[in-house]
Design a protein around this ligand. Structure first.
Ligand code: MF3
Ligand code: CO
Ligand code: CO
Length: 297
């Protein structure tokens, strides 16, 4: 989802998270005052608009996640030189409906298709159409399903035919970027730790991290609080607590980090036309670490 700078932290003039109705700067900002009468659920909602998930919610998101992975597998099986991205979208659409679910992208803020398909220099939000995949392309398929009212969101980048060295490099760096980000997910760590680990790894590989799109809370809706930037500073940002469910979905470029959005208002491409790859999973913070709701290696 698009980065929204306003919601990353509580402003001095924002309403105080303790629910007093006063400005934050006139209330709990000072004296390290802790709104201690609140439960963690209330604190996270009042402070950050984060809705923690209960056991029954988690089970429902896990089910939606299983369907998302099954759908990605089906799309993968169809990928070959000569297929159109619109044909892959049709597979995603049909499979989702056949399982009593709804494809979240369809008509979301005017998006016209049931998944996002992003080829080569397309960073994200590619619109499936009659574009034909060619040998050596890389293609990301991003699937979000709504099952029994619950959302799960995941994506993978696939090779079409035989990949060249640049394709191999960017896909492996993006896959590992998600992995190092997920490995930071445990109570006590912060959102900044996740972004830091991803940025540190991707840049060590001489690749760059897209800034304009971020991971996001998910489960009750497509895009919830918090935002999960894929860059950042260790120890900064909201502390992770059990029951948080969010995506991590680093977009990693072989060249520079800068992007432009095409005239269709959706397709984001690298400014320098370098390859871009992405992997995404929906993760739950547990007592001891994390559990993926859309687990894959
Ligand atoms: N699935 C994307 C994400 O990971 C969002 C796509 S929005 C759409 O957040 F409208 F383009 F589908
Ligand atoms: Co997402
Ligand atoms: Co997604």
């Amino acid at each position: 989802m698009y980065l929204d700078k306003k919601t990353l932290k509580i402003g001095r003039n924002d309403p105080c998270p303790c629910g007093s109705g006063r400005k934050y700067k006139k209330c709990c900002l000072h004296k390290g005052k802790q709104p201690s009468t609140q439960s963690t659920e209330e604190l996270y909602f009042n402070s950050y608009k984060i809705r923690l998930k209960k056991a029954e919610d988690i089970e429902a998101i896990r089910k939606a996640g299983r369907l998302v992975l099954e759908t990605l597998d089906l799309a993968e099986a169809a990928i070959r030189p000569g297929i159109a991205t619109g044909e892959l979208d049709a597979i995603v659409h049909e499979h989702t409906l056949a399982h009593g679910a709804t494809p979240a992208p369809l008509h979301y803020r005017g998006f016209p298709k049931s998944c996002c398909i992003s080829v080569n220099e397309v960073i994200c939000h590619g619109i499936p159409d009659d574009r034909i995949l060619n040998d050596g392309d890389i293609v990301n398929v991003d699937v979000t399903s709504i099952l029994n009212g619950y959302f799960a969101d995941a994506n993978k980048t696939f090779f079409v035919g035989i990949p060249g060295p640049d394709a191999r490099k960017i896909v492996s760096t993006a896959r590992e970027s998600l992995r190092v980000g997920m490995d930071m997910v445990r109570p006590g760590n912060t959102i900044g730790d996740i972004g830091w680990a991803i940025q540190h790894y991707a840049e060590s590989q001489k690749c760059s991290v897209v800034r304009e799109f971020v991971g996001h809370g998910v489960g009750f809706a497509f895009h919830e609080a918090p935002q999960i930037p894929h860059y950042g500073v260790r120890g900064e940002g909201v502390a992770l607590v059990p029951g948080m469910v969010f995506t991590i979905e680093p977009m990693i470029n072989l060249g520079k980090k800068d992007l432009k959005v095409l005239k269709d208002k959706w397709t984001a491409v690298t400014r320098d036309n370098s390859l871009s790859a992405q992997f995404e999973q929906t993760v739950l913070v547990t007592e001891t670490g994390f559990e993926s709701m859309t687990p894959y290696d």
